[in-house]
Design a protein around this ligand. Structure first.
Ligand SMILES: *Cc1c(COP(=O)(O)O)cnc(C)c1O
Length: 431
């Protein structure tokens, strides 16, 4: 209420219907393939929709195999477990496949990127972010290998649809005989030098969560090039049943397979992927143009890449940040004319019935991971506190982007007029 009473916002009315950050955009064909599953009574974790989308997604991305799973997090778990078993062998029952092993992980990301490392009892070491793409910094990764040459696994994400420097990261991985898990959950359809994200990991994953570029309501896929690996993942995801007349188990199993109904939704969405990307690009361009006189920058992408523009984000220039303090769960700021901060903008958007979001809070700042190592391009240290990091003279890029950045409403169904109002609200935050 306070924000709406502010004289700066006079004349702006809240939207009748909420404008979401990124909500599902349905086209009708989804219903057709759901009905098909009903008619054939394949209301289970097997059926034609699953078989078709596995083939279609593998072909689209350019990998030999795709395995349909219940979600991206499950795909990451099994990708990490498969890599771990190749590297370190099969664990004893009750033990994780990464026990006692360090894994280099993206730091500024959704924590699902590395949940699988923890599920397998590994120790994530967080690699700082770089400003060029807002993804893992290859310089910091190189530094990490200088310190821990024994590490054999890297988990790297592409945030907001902008690809990471995966070619550099691949080179570094190869020099150290390390495997890469590529988290392309947010970047389906984005390319690096014309090659789709999802092609750069030894094992890669995408997600069909409700807010992703295309959705199945939920769901995910693991991508790889070896049919034997793909079949192993299919087996693990359906409780690791051996071929026998009874339920025979040699390995630990999971109930991670995708449902044929969800696969029907994905099957109907897939033909619209490029249309969604084109639309998200127009949203990004309109923000870029509409906000060009403000002391902000849009989220970047590398010149040799085509992002999928999943979310438009902005980063406020240092000089234009009003004084702000973020605690563990709350933030406060001082109003200053000509300046703003993510909290003020998010509160203003929310007051007008619009959803924005802070940038992913880096893992090394999370209470869950505070005692884990965090490696930057300029130094290292346990990530005990930001004060410690600063005392050591480290530049903490992830923290800086988290402090100054936010995700803008990027919904496909937002009209140009609505986006113009949103742009107006943001401009007024800086007045
Ligand atoms: C969405 C997302 C995931 C997880 O996918 P789910 O399908 O929701 O389990 C993993 N990593 C990143 C970076 C994501 O954005």
């Amino acid at each position: 209420m306070e924000i709406r009473d502010d004289v700066r916002f006079k004349g702006i009315n809240p939207f009748d219907k909420k404008i979401w950050l990124s909500s599902p955009t349905m086209h009708g064909e989804e219903q057709k393939w759901i009905n098909d599953a009903f008619e054939k009574n394949w209301i289970t974790t097997a059926g034609e929709n699953i078989n078709v989308i596995e083939k279609e997604v593998a072909d689209y991305i350019g990998r030999k195999c795709a395995v349909a799973l219940s979600c991206g997090t499950a795909a990451l778990h099994l990708a990490i477990k498969l890599a771990a078993e190749k590297l370190y062998g099969m664990p004893k029952a009750g033990h994780g496949s990464l026990e006692g092993k360090k894994v280099f992980c993206s730091d500024m990301t959704f924590d699902a990127t590395l949940n699988g490392v923890l599920y397998e009892n590994g120790e994530p070491i967080f690699i700082d972010t770089e400003y060029d793409s807002w993804n893992m910094d290859p310089v910091a990764l190189e530094k990490a290998f200088e310190m821990y040459p024994e590490v054999k696994l890297i988990v790297v994400a592409h945030l907001y649809g902008s690809p990471a420097k995966v070619e550099e990261i691949r080179k570094i991985a190869d020099e150290h005989g390390a495997l890469i898990i590529e988290d392309a959950a947010e970047s389906f359809g984005a390319t690096v030098n014309g090659v789709q994200t999802g092609c750069f990991g030894d094992y890669s994953i995408i997600s069909f969560n409700g807010n992703k570029i295309i959705t199945g309501s939920s769901g995910g896929m693991l991508l790889c090039d070896d049919e034997e690996d793909a079949n192993k993942i299919r087996k693990w995801s359906t409780q690791s049943r051996e071929e026998a007349p009874w339920y025979q188990h040699e390995e630990l199993g999971y109930n991670y397979r995708m449902s044929n109904i969800i696969a029907g939704v994905v099957r109907g969405q897939l033909p619209h992927l490029e249309e969604h990307i084109a639309n998200k690009m127009r949203i990004y361009e309109r923000y870029k143009d509409g906000l060009k006189d403000l002391p902000i920058k849009m989220n970047p992408f590398l010149p040799n890449t085509e992002p999928n523009y999943w979310l438009s984000c902005l980063l406020i220039d240092k000089e234009a940040m009003c004084e702000t303090v973020r605690g563990e769960k709350k933030a406060i700021y001082n109003f200053e004319s000509g300046k703003s901060c993510p909290t003020e903008i998010l509160e203003a958007l929310s007051a007008f019935n619009t959803e924005g979001r802070p940038v992913w809070k880096p893992m090394h700042m999370q209470p869950l991971y505070r005692m884990h190592e965090f490696i930057t391009s300029t130094g290292t240290g346990r990530a005990r506190s930001n004060a410690y990091i600063k005392e050591k003279g480290m530049v903490d890029v992830g923290e800086d982007i988290f402090t100054r950045g936010l995700c803008l409403p990027s919904d496909n169904k937002m009209s140009v007029e609505q986006q113009n109002v949103i742009i107006d609200i943001i401009c007024k935050c800086f007045s």
